[in-house]
Design a protein around this ligand. Sequence first.
Ligand SMILES: Cc1cc2nc3c(=O)[nH]c(=O)nc-3n(C[C@H](O)[C@H](O)[C@H](O)COP(=O)(O)OP(=O)(O)OC[C@H]3O[C@@H](n4cnc5c(N)ncnc54)[C@H](O)[C@@H]3O)c2cc1C
Length: 427
Amino acid sequence: MAYIDYPSSYYAASANPAPERPELLGEVETDVCIVGAGYTGLSTALFLLENGFRVIVLEAARVGFGASGRNGGQIVNSYSRDIDVIERSLPAEQARRIGEMAFEGGRILRELVARHGIRCDLKDGGVFAAFTPRQMAHLEAQKKLWERYGHTRLELLDARRIREVVASERYVGGMLDMTGGHIHPLNLALGEAAAVESLGGVIHEQSPAVRIERGANPLVHTPQGRVRAKFVVLAGNAYLGDLVPELAAKSMPCGTQVIATEPLGEELAASLLPQDYCVEDCNYLLDYYRLSADRRLVYGGGVIYGARDPRDIEAIIRPKLLRTFPQLQKVKIDYAWTGNFLLTLSRLPQVGRIGDNLYYSQGCSGHGVTYTHLAGRLLAEALRGQAERFDAFAALPHYPFPGGRLLRVPFTALGAWYYTLRDRLGV
Ligand SMILES: Cc1cc2nc3c(=O)[nH]c(=O)nc-3n(C[C@H](O)[C@H](O)[C@H](O)COP(=O)(O)OP(=O)(O)OC[C@H]3O[C@@H](n4cnc5c(N)ncnc54)[C@H](O)[C@@H]3O)c2cc1C
């Protein structure tokens, strides 16, 4: 089997030293076999290990190979659709439970960083930037909604104040969330993997699950080995492919692209984002950006439905960066990469069980740095027999994509085109 390494990215180039984990060879037995070593799989492993379970994590490539090692690094609270949408789709009690968990993922992430001493350049403070009065009105409503759930470290920014935190002329205002923030995402995943091993968990890299024999004690096959487990947790998200057809049918992998500039130097970097907050804008297809620890601008945006790899990423993202910061015209781009997230039709995560012992969480639709850490805790609670909070998420409806696998890409692109047009027109 060909060795699969990290794709070239700023994160791979600046990763903390980490061991290569051996491929699984032969048959082993455990309590829980986790498929995928991104944040979902690793945080599930951590919570299970803390509760006395034996855990084996199978990773097709390397720890953090997927979205967890390539993302924008933005710690964004709540979910890809906000709590008000959930309040409209579920009975009041269940919606309230999910609302109460909307800020827990960020807390878990910070607890893990502190407890395990993870070096991932954690910074506090995230800004939502509005282009239009309509988006600003939405942020005002969002602030009230989040405060209703006890999340209070929020500040609305008017046109003058947002220029004090982002040196761009594009925005009419915004909202600052001091429990948002940013991280080096791959180093977070690598630190979590080391924590898993320090608690006795086992991680096998270069070990894709290629087949699962379902039954009372499922058997997970890799090219050279097998894991017999009481439970399987499916945490492959957009990289899971067709391993579990039920999950593939109701989700769609999408690509999004990120670039990193050359180091800008302290002065230029501080002139762009003086407080070192990260920023995402309020458009449906949004731009997101932040400074790295070595003072590069890491800028992401765009969506490719169906996750084809674009030929020239810089050509897609650089114009977006220059619209935000025309002052960076002469700056060189050192890295450009793409990664896949998993879109669901509702844009809310899909959580559940298949049979008695296959558990899954997937599809946080591009907004998963915090949610995946919550998912880890919920999956571990469910396997421990305390499934109330897991079940609140499992009650969210899962819809198949219209048009099935053949037409889901054009249909969804059409929907996104409609929302993008609305953003452009400011309606
Ligand atoms: C470019 C990009 C930018 C993003 N920016 C942000 C952001 O700034 N903020 C935010 O909140 N969210 C962001 N997201 C989303 C966020 O990164 C994801 O929601 C989150 O990382 C998903 O974590 P995960 O563990 O569920 O999946 P992943 O991190 O994708 O991990 C899945 C892992 O499973 C492995 N795997 C798959 N199939 C198998 C198999 N059969 N056998 C063994 N292993 C398997 C894969 O190799 C992979 O390592 C971004 C996503 C992308 C792609």
